[in-house]
Ligand binder design. Structure first.
Ligand code: SAH
Ligand code: SF4
Length: 341
């Protein structure tokens, strides 16, 4: 049995051809799956009954299984989805006035062991398939009844260690026959897998790039994000510059502010030096604690102070409000289970 959802548009085109159907059937089937969100071939009412029966004998349509959902006071909502092989992943819905964002996972767990991140604590289990990534957007759209406008690849996992599936997911999310979300509304965040930053710069779609920086010198970054031992800041910044030049696009640097650790005057200086001249935005994120975590969160005033010191040198500094903190739905708090808090 073929899972029709597991076929990219070109693969579905080939499938439709092998069963001898007209080409336009590809659009019809893809739209049923990715826009109408059906999981039953029998509901494809613009296919004759005989055709539906033919399809049913050969294929099925998978769907992520909702295992739990929890809403925070600020309306951010965390969804626990169970995959066909029974592993769990999390997605977060973040509603703002006009913008409705879904934060998707790209792996079950993550093998990069960043010291600040709850997902890192669980280790790596497996990569997600493209349709398991795109299906998170579809299911959240169906479950909330809200038209999703933005997608961020900032949930569990490192997207650039699952590069090909992430690109296919972006294509499906972006496709006119798929979820039809503009490429500019899709952001991929990476801890800094340098060779894939180069590849992403060469990828034709205009999806945006964010880099989890978190430290402006190699010594501290090695400690917080072990991947830095493989790709130093110098190599990372070189790749980012290539992306900015090639795409003529601003890049976002995410900087998780940890009280007493990377929020000192010397960090302001190092950051300024590192990023000067790069077309970028700096997004300051307060460190979000998780069970048994050992770092401290800064107060809003401390964040503001850090931003003010950066501001004259690096004008595009924003402070990200953490959403859904009390339900462990904020950055770095996803671990594939619903908390009881
Ligand atoms: N693996 C990718 C995508 C996940 S994004 C990446 O690391 O970029 C997760 C974001 O949350 C990253 O920017 C990371 O730096 C941030 N993060 C991790 N732990 C956090 C924590 N405890 N508090 C706040 N942000 C955290
Ligand atoms: Fe993985 Fe990103 Fe968490 Fe680091 S911050 S452990 S790369 S998910």
């Amino acid at each position: 049995m073929i899972n029709l959802k597991s076929l990219t548009f070109p693969e579905l085109t080939a499938f439709v051809k092998t069963i001898g159907w007209e080409q336009y059937r590809t659009q019809q089937i893809f739209t049923w799956i990715w826009q109408k969100g059906i999981a039953d071939v029998n509901l494809m009412t613009n296919l004759a009954k005989l055709k539906r029966e033919q399809l049913q004998q050969k294929s099925y349509i998978s769907a992520l299984k909702l295992s739990d959902r929890k809403q925070a006071q600020d309306r951010a909502e965390k969804f626990l989805f169970t995959l066909e092989d029974n592993h769990n992943i999390e997605s977060v819905f973040i509603p703002e006035s006009t913008r409705k964002t879904v934060c998707v996972s790209t792996q079950v767990g993550c093998g990069l062991d960043c010291k600040i991140c709850y997902t890192g604590k669980m280790g790596f289990t497996r990569n997600l398939k493209f349709y398991e990534i795109a299906d998170q957007v579809l299911q959240v759209q169906l479950l909330t009844g809200e038209r999703i406008s933005n997608v961020v690849f900032m949930g569990m996992g490192e997207p650039f260690l699952n590069y090909n599936e992430c690109l296919k997911a972006i294509e499906t999310i972006n496709s006119d026959y798929g979820l039809n979300i503009g490429a500019r509304k899709i952001t991929v965040s990476t801890s800094g897998i340098v060779e894939q930053i180069y590849n992403f710069a060469d990828f034709p779609l205009q999806a945006k790039l964010a880099i989890s920086l978190n430290a402006a010198n190699d010594e501290l970054r090695n400690e917080l994000m072990p991947i830095n031992k493989k790709y130093s800041l110098k190599e990372l910044i070189k790749a980012v510059k290539y992306y900015v030049d090639k795409k003529n696009k601003r890049v976002t640097f995410e900087y998780v502010l940890i009280k007493g650790l990377n929020d000192q005057p010397k960090d302001v200086k190092a950051l300024t030096k590192l990023l000067r001249g790069i077309s970028c935005k700096i997004n300051l994120i307060p460190y979000n604690p998780y069970p048994k975590s050992k770092f401290l969160s800064p107060s809003f005033e401390e964040m503001q102070e850090f931003a003010d010191k950066l501001y004259p040198e690096l004008p595009a500094v924003t402070i990200r409000k953490s959403r859904g903190k009390e339900i462990l739905a904020a950055c770095g708090q996803l671990a594939g289970k619903i908390s009881n808090i």
